[in-house]
Design a protein around this ligand. Structure first.
Ligand code: 5GP
Length: 209
């Protein structure tokens, strides 16, 4: 019997302020852990330059999104800076049931909903090395107006107040180090006693001997 074999997949929730470099950290992480499925969210916001439908997001109309809410098709959703963002319930359930680890990149309100529904998920919050550095990164990205950037900085301060509800905090100073820390967290999580299904079964069957 293979004691390393897993049961259900691990749900991984990653949050962090806009501009913290979450997408870059996620790309690095998924490059190193090709077995993790990245959940492509639904959103009503317009695609940014370089973003592709079905890859970065599933871009949908407000009407379609509201249909998904009414039809209970979403594990969670939130309204963030005047747009809806949400996670498909069916896709996540299928992957987890198949033993595949699933990564969600979602903001704090959505994460709170997942926490209520999926207490076994692992919650990781990515922070910048400082708010000054976050401001520099948002300006460098140069995709938003100054007013929007100030709004995102204010939002970042509010989002950081939710950190105590997360299991882990990772500082994104260097992308490769942040990705490495997340890989280490996931490795530790997979070794938790409760996640060693086969091993526990094997040991309990020995008890009768
Ligand atoms: P952006 O517009 O910069 O791509 O994303 C804005 C925020 O929405 C980010 O904090 C991102 O994590 C969050 N987000 C992306 N997808 C989802 C989702 O499916 N649900 C929720 N609640 N937040 C999401």
């Amino acid at each position: 019997m293979n004691w390393k074999k897993k049961g259900k997949g691990q749900l991984i929730v990653l949050s962090g302020p806009s501009g913290v470099g979450k997408s870059t950290v996620i790309s690095e992480l998924l490059g190193a852990r090709k077995d993790i499925y990245f959940s492509v969210s639904f959103t009503t916001r317009q695609p940014r330059v370089g973003e592709e439908d079905g890859i970065n997001y599933n871009f949908v109309t407000r009407e379609r999104f509201e249909e998904m809410i009414a039809g209970d098709e979403l594990l969670e959703y939130a309204e963030y800076v005047h747009n809806y963002y949400g996670t498909s319930l069916r896709v996540i359930q299928e992957k987890l049931e198949a033993g595949i680890d699933v990564l969600l990149d979602i903001e704090v309100q959505g994460a709170a909903k997942v926490r209520a529904k999926c207490p076994d998920a692992v919650f990781i919050f990515i922070v910048p090395p400082s708010f000054e550095e976050l401001s520099r990164r948002l300006h460098r990205r140069a995709t938003d107006q100054e007013e929007v950037i100030q709004g995102r900085l204010q939002k970042a301060r509010e989002e950081c107040k939710q950190i105590p509800h997360y299991d882990y905090v990772v500082v994104n100073d260097k992308v490769s180090e942040a990705a490495w820390e997340i890989i280490s967290i996931l490795t530790a999580e997979s070794c938790r006693t409760k996640n060693r299904v086969q091993l526990l079964d094997a040991i309990s069957s020995l008890e009768g001997d």
